[in-house]
Design a binder for this molecule. Structure first.
Ligand code: NAD
Length: 251
């Protein structure tokens, strides 16, 4: 089907994980997708994922020039802000530098990209902005995720503000709040915890235990929600947290 036909989509952090799965899913729905990442060479498409309407280029969300260049190229109707980094530890473990890094990458990046896309969206009469938050943060707390949860909770605040400020001008802004999702960085986190516990199996069991369904999500399952929020099917939906967490916070 072609649920996104005629739409230009800009995705950040699209080299792997949820960003990549979403870029592919939106391209398959007929959008012109600009899949960007600080490391675009990591984008490794298998044969049936190579689509002529999927373009790849470098975009660093911590850099305004890079963002402006990317926005000028993509002229997006849809922006999927997917970049984010998981810090491990409590408030006592996090340094000022780690706070600055996470706030900049997980939150301020979305401020920069949103500021960059809004003038064009307003001129064209509309747009959908989708921000990557997490179930972890404003919906539910989790151990050793102080910095991460704080940044992801702030994404909810940004989302609601942008939604309400531009609601009469055709702009929608929503955020998605996934539970644990299989991705390259998640596998790294399982490895790291496994080293700490002396057992990767135990580490995996701890991550899976958070999900009452007994498994973590596939990136494609999150991508399906991104497609919906990007499409006009969600035209009456703005300013919301869309929880997709395998029952983690819903029990
Ligand atoms: P990932 O963490 O495996 O990949 C992240 C990508 O971001 C990498 O390709 C990396 O090169 C890119 N990146 C890093 N710095 C960048 C920058 N400055 N500019 C542009 N790109 C940059 O992917 P993931 O685990 O699917 O996570 C994607 C998003 O989803 C993140 O915001 C994450 O916090 C969020 N999230 C993930 C999970 C999960 O369990 N995996 C759950 C909830 C939310």
């Amino acid at each position: 089907s072609e649920r996104l036909k005629g739409k230009n989509v800009l995705v950040t952090a699209a080299a792997q994980g949820i960003g990549l799965a979403s870029a592919i899913a939106m391209a398959r729905e007929g959008a012109k997708v600009y899949a960007t990442d600080i490391n675009p060479e990591k984008i490794n498409l298998i044969r049936d994922q190579i689509l002529e309407n999927l373009e790849i280029f470098e975009l660093d969300v911590t850099n305004n020039d890079s963002i402006h260049h990317g926005v000028a190229r993509a002229k997006p109707d849809v922006l999927f802000n997917c970049a984010g980094f998981v810090h491990h530890g409590t408030i006592l473990d996090a340094t000022d530098e780690e706070w600055d890094f996470a706030m900049d990458l997980n939150l301020r990046s979305m401020v920069r990209t949103t500021k960059a896309v809004l003038p064009g969206m307003l001129e064209r009469g509309g747009g959908s902005i989708i921000n990557m938050s997490s179930a972890l943060g404003s919906i539910i707390g989790a151990p050793n995720r102080c910095v991460y949860g704080t940044t992801k909770a702030a994404v909810v605040g940004l989302t609601k503000s942008v939604a309400v400020d531009f609601i009469t001008q055709g702009i929608r802004c929503n955020c998605i709040c996934p539970g644990t999702v299989d991705s390259p960085s998640w596998r790294d986190r399982v490895d790291a915890l496994g080293e700490q516990l002396g057992s990767r199996e135990e580490a995996l069991a701890q991550f899976v235990a958070r999900q009452p369904m007994g498994r973590v999500a596939k990136a494609e399952e999150i991508a399906a929600l991104v497609v919906y929020l990007a499409s006009d099917e969600s035209a009456f939906t703005t300013g919301h947290t869309h929880i997709i967490d395998g029952g983690w916070s819903g029990q």
